[in-house]
Design a protein around this ligand. Sequence first.
Ligand SMILES: Nc1ncnc2c1ncn2[C@@H]1O[C@H](COP(=O)(O)OP(=O)(O)O)[C@@H](O)[C@H]1O
Ligand SMILES: [Mg+2]
Length: 272
Amino acid sequence: MAKKKTRAIAVANEKGGVGKTVTVINLAAALTMANQSVLVVDMDPQANATRGLGILPDDELPSVYDLIMNNGRKAVEETVLSTQWDGLHLIPSHVDLSGAEVELVEAEGRENRLKDALAPVAGNYDFILMDTPPSLSLLTVNVFSFASEVLVPCQTHPYAFGALAELFDTVDAVREEINPGLYITGIVPTMVDLRTRVANVVMDQLKTDIRYRKLVFDTAIRSNTTIAESAEVGKPVVFYRRSSYGAIDYNRLADELLTRKHAWPASIRLKA
Ligand SMILES: Nc1ncnc2c1ncn2[C@@H]1O[C@H](COP(=O)(O)OP(=O)(O)O)[C@@H](O)[C@H]1O
Ligand SMILES: [Mg+2]
């Protein structure tokens, strides 16, 4: 198979509950609807992206843990699963991954475990989307070390807005020390309900703040109960109910991601 020019995207935000996992699942599915081949790598021990793609984490299933620990006990090809949907593959998570955060501290090449493990399959996909845990652990550093881009879901809530500065500092630090090829693709407003004052305030802040305004996607993900419902039944919303706001918004986000040519180094915000 000819090697593709793969876009490896970390979906990250150190805050929990901002829509990272939902974005990974649904953006991945929407990209496959646009004829892109996608590998999802679930790097969160909670394994919600794994469940959301209809796969139950299971002790028998080789997971991303087996890839990055024990000196790569499993070859990457053994950990990649097909999902029910064409062109959408998954390397599942496992609860053991929470132990890896600690085990990695002592490990050789600890920041590059994932990057080294994924190398043999990286060129097989148009996109690799990686879900991350809600903390800056070595798991997230492993994702940033492999990624070429960071996509940042930001709930339209003041706390989430406030957390952006810290995330951008982290990305800057990783760029300097580990991966000079790491760029921020953009900030995606999530769970937006423009009937509320707070959502309007945060949307305005995102669009006017010189640190972020160039980075905000035109597409905002509206608050939509069908999204939570679809995650519950283990199906991306774009397949579960195509006419829902959630499906419409994630299809639109996929289109915007495909046409978005520029990704900025995080530090551009200082010169905006
Ligand atoms: N656009 C949305 N509309 C409604 N609920 C959402 C939306 N996005 C996420 N959720 C729900 O919010 C919760 C947190 O989302 P999740 O993607 O798990 O966040 P994170 O991965 O950042 O912790 C989940 O219960 C999810 O179903
Ligand atoms: Mg999550």
